[in-house]
Design a protein around this ligand. Structure first.
Ligand code: COS
Length: 380
């Protein structure tokens, strides 16, 4: 893992990271790719019991620090991803799913949801993407029409992590005109009449994922997050925080790939010597190690900048996510290559890592979107 002596961290970060590392060493891996719902729930319960979900909410609601601390979220994801993709996802979704409530919700919404996010009783989800609008958020079509003291939500959301196991969905819908200014955000309880999970989606690295259908779902006005028309800003500000944490998860997978590869190349003999003695192996190891350090520096730069009070870290977070997820893809690919036939065999850790890391270049803004964001900020 990355050096906790780096100046990005304080004593609380170091204590949290060491406690999580020790806890993981003593915790059985709860993953079963065929039973992802049960595995995710089990990780939420275990992480809550260990007190680690407290990193996902502010201290006033049972959390660890006064506000969402991006470095703590990153330290957690890095360590969890090193061990298990499902653990990382379960943790990340507690934060991403409730992030908009933490950042923009009324005190009433915060009181209602955040303590239960921290103690694991509420599993939240972030419902932004639609079939025709994932990267282009301004094109969202789902409608929320105000009728007296409720909004009526109609439409479909897809690629929603935790669909089917969530207790509450943060949903982005159109309350006004076309474009970025016509969107609003709502917290919708999973039990609401008219809300159904219509499809489960299976991916190469399984986790709970699916499509939601909203048929005249009635959502009371106080369940709106922020003001009408603030939905785009709320989504983007939430993603500003969580994109750095995706980079941190990528670093956790890459670090595991490097650890596994080092052990393998030192023990595997080829042409009468350890594989590690071959210069092409050394070139691969050098690339993996340098990519990993560069990724960590970008991730913790973005996290530290946000924690230091910057209103926006759009550019820093986009750089961190783009670079770290692409680098982790290269690292897992190199690991598979150095493992040879074993690398593509089911049941091998590097085969799993190769699958686990792929979606990170797509979700929460694909690499292409991050490049657009960086270019826009750089050219402005
Ligand atoms: N925080 C606060 N406000 C923000 C913001 C942020 N991070 N990002 C943008 N805004 C505000 C801007 O300030 C602007 O407000 P004004 O019009 O008042 O100036 C408004 O939102 C529109 O911003 P911008 O013009 O930059 O938006 P674009 O339409 O250019 O954004 C991209 C386009 C592609 C960057 C955006 O749609 C995006 O990030 N898409 C990817 C979304 C995603 O991650 N999808 C995956 C689903 S989640 S798994």
């Amino acid at each position: 893992m990355h050096d906790l002596a780096w100046p990005f961290f304080d004593e609380e970060h170091r204590a949290f990271a060491n406690r999580l590392t020790d806890w993981l060493a003593d915790t059985e891996v709860l993953d079963d790719e065929k039973r992802v719902d049960a595995s995710s729930r089990a990780w939420v319960r275990a992480l809550a019991k260990g007190g680690f979900l407290r990193a996902c909410v502010p201290d006033f609601y049972g959390g660890l620090r006064t506000s969402l601390d991006v470095r703590t979220l990153c330290l957690a994801r890095e360590r969890l991803a090193h061990r298990s993709a499902i653990a990382d996802f379960a943790f990340a979704m507690q934060g991403l799913g409730s992030g908009a409530i933490t950042l923009f919700g009324s005190a009433e919404l915060q009181r209602r949801y955040l303590p239960n996010v921290a103690n694991g009783r509420c599993i939240p989800a972030f419902a932004l993407s639609e079939g025709e609008a994932g990267s282009d958020v301004a094109a969202l079509a789902m409608k929320a029409t105000r009728e007296g003291d409720v909004y009526i939500l109609d439409g479909e959301k897809t690629w929603i992590s935790n669909a089917g196991i969530a207790d509450a969905y943060v949903v982005f819908a159109r309350t006004g005109k076309a474009g970025t200014k016509g969107l609003s955000a709502f917290v919708v309880d999973a039990e609401s009449a008219g809300l159904k999970v219509t499809k489960r989606i299976e991916t190469i690295s399984p986790h709970p994922l699916g499509t939601l259908r909203f048929d005249r779902v009635r959502v009371p006005v106080p369940q709106r997050i922020g003001e009408e028309g603030e939905g785009f800003k709320i989504a983007m500000a939430t993603l500003d925080i969580f994109r750095s944490t995706v980079g941190a998860a990528a670093n956790g997978f890459a670090r595991r790939a490097l650890d596994e590869t080092i052990a393998h190349v030192k023990s595997r003999k080829l042409f009468g010597a350890p594989l590690a003695d071959q210069q092409l192996t050394q070139a691969a190891i050098a690339s993996m190690a340098t990519d990993l350090d560069a990724s960590a520096l970008l991730v913790y730069r973005a996290a530290w900048t946000k924690d230091s009070g910057a209103a926006r870290v759009t550019r820093e977070a986009a750089m961190a996510k783009w670079f770290a997820t692409e680098a982790a893809g290269r690292a897992c690919d190199r690991a598979v290559q150095l493992f040879g036939g074993r690398g593509v065999s089911r049941g091998e850790i590097v085969e799993r890592l190769y699958r686990d890391v792929r979606a990170l270049r797509i979700y929460e803004g694909a690499s292409e979107i991050q490049q657009v964001v960086i270019a826009k900020q750089t050219l402005s």
